[in-house]
Write a protein that binds this ligand. Structure first.
Ligand code: ATP
Ligand code: MG
Length: 639
């Protein structure tokens, strides 16, 4: 079959062929980015079916994202003797999707879609309620961080009764965790983590069913194994007890999900837990040019916590280039200009990816692309920049100044004054009774606290003042005179203890400077929010589009040309990692370095690393990760 595969264009080198055909019961393929791990995984799937006559329905193929699962199927479709019906019989998908299918089949009522706490805000609301009941002051509580810790606990199968809190913070979150689980149980609800934990326990508690599945699946194939977490690992161990083979591929240098409870130590445990596991190394890189591979290796080799690897490039040439735009606006303009030129010279939109570390970093790029006619798709974890908590809270003031009856703005503004949501109803009632605008109504609110009421009395005058100010002055006024700074200090970005929202606010000021009236500015931000939704719809099904994505979501994928945005300290590495480093914790910094490694290795032919000299209105410094690498600066006339 491998010959047929090779004739059809899917060639395998000696290391890869050996990896595909091995008869060992437990196999771990460890190799750097672009060495063909995923190719080996798909080739082995086809090989098992065609050469070893394995029933496709007894193969479980686990990928890290649903996008990767789809791509895997597309790759398989092109292989000799593969048909749609064969491929559809293979059980493939993410851990979540596979387990969810199983749970839904056996316990359809319990796992109904409507019982799912799907979004973060639903979970936040639940936690807020619980905390208040427990007598905890939830107003300034970093709920995001608490949910993250609860998730990490669950994914590592640590249950409330067994946990010995290791810090004050853990001590604080533990009772919330306990109550949160109880509450969900009573109400018959579940969250995403429960699909994994619940799935694992479902099998432990139903040995007969477990046995049928153990008998059914003879081969397990797992991609991106470095990002597996405890519950996933234990589940695979359980399911595969009778299997003929368990086959995992991964790269410890690409472990970037520690914050979700993933742990590359399973790459090491694997050899112990799956007895006589055979470790196979691949050594050739088939994705990127020689110099991209060399530069990426220079970056990652500084990490202490890793398996050293050999990695030789197959293709020569193609040096990665640095460029130094003045700021994020110029960065975006330079990239768009470059893409347009390359497309005119014959490149296609799908050849390009633009990678960013955090959602804030994509703001300028998104806007520049939106005003071009280039098709692009934005892959990120949240909505528009202008819908972010701190940003929309600030914009609420300017919006009310422009339209004093904007209810939406009132809702967004209330939290900044530490007022309850229900105050909106009071304001509406007041506006009818007293025939005034919602904005004027603020002066008439009774809260029972003199200091608060005296502040509220000044609001109508403040809105008047804002109305005639320039956007940048208006923001400064809200920040300094109306207590916004206090609010940020206390609340941060939706309660996130690491992200106080100051990056977002600084970025908003960069935009504000471009407008002379707040009406124009506010209209622009509304337009951008609409564009975000609109473009998502418009280009959703366009395969031939530029990819604008977080680094995390680019995992496993490849593009001819890659641009990395904002490669400066505080961005890559992220500020939180630098903070941890100052407190002698080097782990987060190593994870950030892996993120840069992942970014660089997405590129096949051309890699552009952007180092803006200013970011969000401040001077920026080249990422410390680049110190280790000798990269050429871009010749002045090339971009
Ligand atoms: P990552 O760690 O980023 O997930 P990977 O190890 O999974 O990378 P693949 O995506 O499987 O690497 O392969 C990288 C690229 O190299 C793909 O375009 C693949 O088709 C190609 N490739 C892999 N092996 C060979 C080979 N023997 N000959 C030619 N091309 C190859
Ligand atoms: Mg891969």
């Amino acid at each position: 079959y491998l010959h047929a595969l090779s004739r059809s264009g899917v060639h395998l080198d000696d290391f890869q062929s050996k990896a595909v055909t091995t008869n060992d019961k437990a196999v771990l393929v460890v190799a750097g980015a672009g060495s063909g791990k995923t190719r080996v995984l798909t080739a082995r799937t086809a090989y098992l079916i065609h050469e070893k006559e394995v029933d496709p329905a007894s193969i479980m193929l686990v990928t890290f994202t649903s996008k990767a699962a789809l791509e895997m199927k597309e790759r398989l479709m092109k292989y000799p003797d593969m048909t749609k019906s064969i491929i559809s019989r293979i059980v493939s998908g993410t851990f979540h999707s596979i387990l969810y299918q199983i749970l839904l089949f056996h316990e359809p009522d319990k796992w109904k879609r409507t019982n799912l706490l799907a979004s973060n805000w639903q979970k936040e609301l639940a936690l807020k309620e619980i905390g208040t009941e427990l007598g905890i002051d939830m107003k300034d509580f970093p709920i995001d961080a608490a949910l993250q810790l609860i998730g990490a606990w669950k994914n590592s199968l640590q249950f409330p009764n067994e946990i010995k809190p290791a810090s004050d913070w853990e001590e604080k979150v533990l009772p919330l965790y306990k109550k949160y689980e109880e509450r969900k149980h009573i109400k018959g609800l579940y969250d995403f983590d429960d699909m994994l934990v619940g799935g694992y326990y479902f099998f432990l508690e139903n040995p007969m069913i477990l046995e049928t599945y153990q008998n059914r699946f003879s081969h397990f194939l797992l991609d991106e194994f470095q990002d597996i977490n405890k519950v996933q690992y234990e589940w695979i161990k359980l399911m595969s007890q009778k299997a003929e083979s368990v086959y995992a591929v991964g790269d410890d240098d690409q472990a970037i999900y520690a914050f979700r409870g993933s742990d590359p130590k399973y790459l090491l445990d694997y050899e112990k837990d799956f007895t006589n596991a055979k470790v196979i190394y691949l050594q050739n890189n088939y994705r990127s040019t020689n110099e991209i591979v060399a530069a990426a290796n220079e970056v990652i080799k500084i990490n202490k916590n890793r398996r050293p690897k050999k990695m030789a490039a197959t293709y020569s040439g193609g040096n990665p280039l640095l460029f130094y735009p003045y700021d994020e606006e110029e960065e975006a303009t330079m990239i768009v200009t470059d893409i347009v030129e390359k497309i005119q010279a014959g490149a296609e939109p799908k050849d390009f990816a633009i990678l960013f570390r955090t959602n804030t970093n994509s703001r300028a790029m998104f806007e520049r692309l939106s005003s071009s006619s280039l098709p692009f798709r934005l892959e990120q974890d949240s909505g528009s920049f202008y819908s972010r908590f701190i940003v929309r809270s600030m914009l609420a003031y300017l919006k009310l100044a422009v339209d004093p009856d904007d209810q939406h703005a009132v809702s967004n503004l209330l939290p900044t004054l530490f007022l309850k949501k229900s105050v909106l109803q009071d304001l509406k009632a007041l506006s009818i009774l007293e025939d005034c605008t919602l904005a004027d109504g603020f002066a008439k609110i009774k809260t029972g606290f003199a200091f608060q009421e005296s502040k509220l009395k000044k609001m109508p005058a403040a809105f008047q003042k804002l109305k005639s100010a320039s956007p940048i002055d208006a923001i400064a006024y809200v920040e300094k005179e109306l207590g916004f700074q206090d609010f940020m200090k206390k609340r941060g970005n939706e309660g996130n203890q690491w992200d106080k929202g100051s990056d977002d606010l600084r970025d908003l000021k960069v935009v504000a400077k471009k407008f002379s009236t707040i009406a124009e500015f506010v209209a622009y931000t509304d337009h951008m929010i609409a564009m975000n939704t609109e473009l998502k719809k418009q280009y959703q099904d366009t395969k031939n589009a530029i990819t604008l994505t977080t680094i995390h979501r680019a995992k496993g994928l490849e593009y001819k040309t890659v641009y990395i945005l904002g490669t400066v300290d505080g961005s890559i590495p992220h500020e939180y990692a630098l903070e941890a480093y100052r407190n002698s914790d080097t782990q987060p910094l190593e994870e950030e370095r892996r993120l840069l490694y992942v970014s660089m290795t997405r590129s096949m032919e051309k890699l552009y690393v952007s180092i803006p000299m200013h970011l969000r209105g401040r001077k920026a410094k080249t990422s410390r990760f680049l110190n280790a690498v000798k990269l050429a600066d871009l010749p002045k006339d090339e971009i």
